[in-house]
Design a protein around this ligand. Sequence first.
Ligand SMILES: [Zn+2]
Length: 130
Amino acid sequence: MDHSGQPVSPLEQALHAARALVLADLIAGEVAEADVVSLIEDAVVERRWWVEQWPEGAGYVVGLVAQDVQDALLERYGRWPLCPVCGQGDPHALDVEPELGPDPHWVCHKAGVRVASVGSLGTAMGGPST
Ligand SMILES: [Zn+2]
């Protein structure tokens, strides 16, 4: 238990942020069921190991966890998150850009647009439509 008032390490902050942001996007896509949430936990555990080996990568954890969860969902549930921008044609998933970098965004390569920051998909999915 850590009630001693010690500051949370940047590594833990990054992992907490990644978990919260990706969960927010799952909720926005209405796929935040219990077993889906466990996919995030698995991704965070793996990335905790990864970022312990490479602390400079802490800023990239959000985008990486998003991609890990996306990959895990593809195997078990199908494409996520579906593009909310393109109204026509085949449903397709958004991609995370940059794949390895800070400030990750969901982008649609078909339309060539940034849809939302990771963690802000709800505004793109549920925002007022014209
Ligand atoms: Zn699209």
